[in-house]
Design a protein around this ligand. Structure first.
Ligand SMILES: NC(=O)c1ccc[n+]([C@@H]2O[C@H](COP(=O)([O-])OP(=O)(O)OC[C@H]3O[C@@H](n4cnc5c(N)ncnc54)[C@H](O)[C@@H]3O)[C@@H](O)[C@H]2O)c1
Ligand SMILES: [Zn+2]
Length: 403
């Protein structure tokens, strides 16, 4: 799949090797990926006559019959490895269990593993594929909004280590991603809201048209799962356009920088202080609420700095709030912000690189935010959010099931 071509130069006392690894992958829309008439998936496995599928247990319980019917119909042997991975089990142990299944199956070197589920399943199984024989191909079928518009668009895979999210991982593109948004029909509302925070992210700093769509249709898209659950054809069309634009924008921004060598990343908006905030409450925040609180504060900061008008600031906060996303939290304190700044500086090579909107749809990076300025912005932010629904609290903010 990927080939490394390198050139060697040498002197008497040294060799220098320089090469580039080709990265190539496809994201392909399929409406009803397990409908027997859609051969996209079967075509990928026909050469092997069989498939090893790592799948989220909940997704298996909902779609297992359709999946078995599909593989039967196409005369392909299916081996199913159900996994139930919570954030706390996004671990090396789970990774090892999956690797054990590869061995038991007797995976042939070029045979792609099929991975079906949300970001947790695809991250852990993807990392197992990255490591297995140093490089095993895989095909992803994301089944959550986060998976569809974010995790499976990127080439990053990982497990957590100790208290650190995604501390061990790899850049390992899947051969193919099959995008089937009809999975959203069964996704619980709190999970859809969680994914919508990433759409707010990409829109506020990367694409004002997406922002306008979220402004106009956000709550309806949430309620109807982007038109896949009792939604009108019109809403479904809006959802399709919006998610397509989000994927396109993310690829535009990230494809030139797949290995994240440039650390000024637009799509890191909301991911500056939230990594520390997310795991602070006794039961962690949903990722979407944690990044939203970070984005909301960054939006207030952008207005303070003169990069957003007051009206635009309130528009951004309004769109977030109407989706039920948190604007603030008692866990967001000046001390936490100082700690989180220290932590992100290490990840970002000594510079803050805080993405903020300038204006909506465009991005600017701030490196000179002092602890005092942050504390002031926070104070102002806490006053502001009082005017919004739930006084800035989010709906279903915590992942209660995890701890
Ligand atoms: N690799 C990346 O670039 C990247 C990007 C974003 C997020 N992530 C990672 O993704 C993880 C979060 O992923 P997620 O939000 O998809 O969570 P998840 O994989 O835990 O799925 C959320 C829940 O929804 C259930 N579910 C999945 N699909 C369903 C469906 N169609 N119908 C009903 N229920 C369904 C799952 O069983 C689970 O309980 C985090 O660990 C995060 O670090 C990675
Ligand atoms: Zn994120």
């Amino acid at each position: 799949m990927s080939n490394l071509q390198a050139q060697v130069t040498s002197t008497d006392r040294a060799f220098h090797v320089e090469g580039y690894e080709k990265i190539e992958y496809d994201l392909i829309y399929v409406d009803g990926v397990f409908a027997v008439d859609n051969t996209e998936l079967a075509d990928s496995y026909r050469p092997y006559g069989r498939a090893l599928m790592v799948i989220d247990e909940t997704v298996l319980s909902l779609y297992g019959d359709a999946i078995r019917t599909y593989f039967d119909h196409h005369g392909l042997d299916l081996t199913v490895v159900p996994v139930q991975i919570r954030e706390t089990a996004k671990s090396l142990e789970t990774f090892e269990t999956i690797v054990g299944e590869f061995d038991a199956f007797g995976l042939v070197r070029t045979e792609p593993v099929l991975v079906v589920g949300g970001g947790l399943t695809t991250d852990v199984a993807g990392y197992a594929c990255a490591s297995y024989r140093r490089n095993t191909p895989y095909i992803r079928i994301p089944t959550t909004l986060i998976g569809l518009i974010d995790a499976s668009v990127s080439i990053k895979v990982a497990v957590n280590y100790g208290k650190h999210k995604n501390r061990l991982g790899a850049y390992h593109a899947s051969q193919k991603v099959l995008l089937d948004f009809s999975f959203l029909a069964t996704l619980p509302e709190d999970q859809v809201r969680n994914g919508m925070a990433e759409l707010i992210k990409i829109s506020v700093v990367g694409n004002s048209e997406i922002f306008d769509m979220l402004d106009e249709h956000g709550p309806d898209l949430l309620r109807t799962r982007f038109g896949h659950l009792d939604g009108s054809a019109e809403l479904r069309a809006v959802g399709d356009r919006l998610t397509y634009a989000a994927i396109a924008t993310m690829l535009d921004l990230e494809a030139p920088n797949l290995h994240e060598i440039d650390l000024d990343r637009v799509i890191a908006f909301g991911h500056t202080w939230s990594p520390t905030l997310e795991l602070t409450p006794p039961a962690p925040f949903f990722h979407g609420h944690a990044i939203n609180i970070d984005m909301a504060l960054s939006t207030t900061l952008a207005e303070q700095r003169g990069h957003l008008t007051v009206a635009d600031r309130d528009r951004v906060l309004g769109v977030m709030s109407r989706l039920g996303l948190a604007l603030d939290s008692e866990f967001l304190t000046a001390e936490l912000l100082a700690d989180a700044t220290g932590s992100i500086l290490k990840t970002r090579d000594g510079l803050l690189r805080a993405a903020i909107p300038d204006p909506i749809g465009s991005c600017r990076f701030l490196n000179d935010v002092t602890t005092d300025e942050l504390a002031d912005a926070l104070q102002m932010h806490k006053k502001l959010v009082e005017e919004f629904d739930r006084a800035g609290d989010g709906v279903d903010m915590f992942t209660g099931a995890h701890d």
